[in-house]
Design a protein around this ligand. Structure first.
Ligand SMILES: [Zn+2]
Ligand SMILES: [Zn+2]
Length: 423
């Protein structure tokens, strides 16, 4: 698949410039074999001391081959057991980099990428992304999702300058990882609905072109889910393309708005263990469960709004009592309060909101229903229930109430705090 990145940074009707930090994407079967050729041309020929960062598993599926193809590259192979993007892994990796290292290559999935992009940023050198599974949309992210001294933190990092995605490699990834990528991608349905609704309600910046680009790619993947489940190369390539595109959309806009809404706030809430125990689920698996909960709440609320079965609740700020009661740790509560110091609901004017409801309903009418989303997720073998990711059903209601506070970003779920429905 040939991807021309200049198309994305072209002048746009939204009036904003869309910088794309990524310079090249090679997405095709056998892409790895083109690495030596790539290093013969500008600007890559100047890199003489690349380091390949992988773990023992990704070494076997791609790292070994990359090192064979690039004779002057040095390999750093981490132990995959208990490997997280944390200070320990960063220290271990950094301790192994030769001093002259001028480029890093992340060969792996999420954690390896976060470790690499953080190290590259710290050393002030670029990095290449070599994804070994179509498992997340974060390969081309500019920030690293790290666990730093036991706290989940988004840390400044850099985007890769080049992605080498070899379809022969990632199409053979374990099915659970690929399904997790589908889950992360289908989360864009609520993420984009949230963005549109926030735009309607507060006038928050929105780029129509970015939304359309993403929706088109997501819909295309929805037509290929069974083939993706079977690991068919062409279909898996479409999934990887859509995931990369979602990352590019974040670069174009300069934040994660196009890729992350209420569904990601659920995932984040469970990840930081604010109200629930530790679970061993992949990022996308938490996102798809959050997506289904959000879609069900959104459509139920939409029906009530359409029927005029509501009144506005006087807004009294964050629900402190609820947060204090449900959140397990003072440190997490403090972080949530800090995040919400600028409360997005204070930017909403209830008197104007009533007139905007028809436009909100129009957005909701484009959002697939919970049943439709469940059908799509099932086709790809994705996780769809709380039980499947190790959570009790009793966590559903508190999660609906608390997850909107994970970010100060306005979502429809957060907006619903202004409404009261008459049964
Ligand atoms: Zn635009
Ligand atoms: Zn995600």
């Amino acid at each position: 698949m040939n991807i021309d990145l200049s198309e994305f940074s072209a002048p746009c009707g939204c009036g904003k410039e869309h910088p794309v930090l990524l310079r090249d994407i090679l997405l095709e079967p056998g892409a790895l074999k083109k690495l030596p050729q790539l290093f013969e041309r500008e600007p890559y020929r100047g890199f003489l001391h690349p380091v390949v960062l992988c773990d023992e598993n990704t070494y076997l599926v791609a790292g070994r081959e990359v090192l064979r193809l690039l004779p002057n590259a040095y390999g750093v192979i981490l132990n995959p057991s208990g490997l997280h993007a944390d200070e320990r892994a960063v220290e271990e990796a950094e301790g192994k980099f030769p001093t002259e290292t001028d480029l890093l290559l992340a060969v792996g999935s999420g954690s390896i990428h976060d470790i690499t992009r953080y190290c590259a940023h710290k050393r002030g050198i670029p990095f290449f992304s070599v994804p070994t599974a179509a498992s997340v949309d974060g390969f081309v992210s500019t920030v690293a999702a790290m666990t730093w001294h036991e706290f989940k933190k988004t840390m400044p990092a850099v985007s890769p300058i080049c992605v080498i995605a070899d379809t022969e490699v990632f199409a053979k990834a374990p099915q659970r990882l690929t399904a997790s990528g589908v889950s992360d991608l289908l989360g864009k349905f609520t993420a984009l609905a949230d963005w549109s609704i926030a735009h309607i309600v507060t006038g928050e910046y929105l780029c129509e072109r970015v939304c359309q680009l993403e929706l088109r790619a997501v819909r295309e993947v929805c037509g290929q889910l069974e083939a993706i489940h079977r690991g068919e190369t062409e279909a898996c390539e479409k999934l990887m393309y859509a995931l990369l595109l979602s990352g590019i959309a974040m670069q174009m806009v300069g934040n994660s708005r196009p890729a992350s809404g209420a569904e990601h706030h659920f995932s984040h809430l469970w990840e930081i263990e604010a109200i629930s125990p530790h679970i061993n689920a992949y990022h996308g698996e938490k996102v798809s469960v959050g997506l289904l909960i959000a879609a069900s709440v959104y459509h139920r609320a939409g029906e009530q709004l359409a029927a005029g079965n509501y009144r506005f609740k006087p807004y009294t700020g964050l629900e402190l009592e609820l947060l204090q009661k449900e959140i397990r740790s003072k440190a997490i509560l403090d972080e949530i309060l800090l995040e919400n110091a600028d409360d997005p609901l204070l930017h909403v004017h209830p008197e104007e909101l009533a007139g905007k409801i028809p436009r909100i309903l129009a957005v909701l009418s484009e959002l697939p229903t919970e049943q439709e989303l469940r059908r799509l997720l099932d086709l790809a073998g994705c996780k769809t229930t709380l039980a499947e990711i190790g959570l009790e059903e009793s966590i559903r209601e508190p999660s609906i109430l608390i997850s909107p506070y994970m970010r100060k970003r306005l979502t429809f779920l957060r907006l619903l705090k202004l409404f009261e429905f008459m049964a």
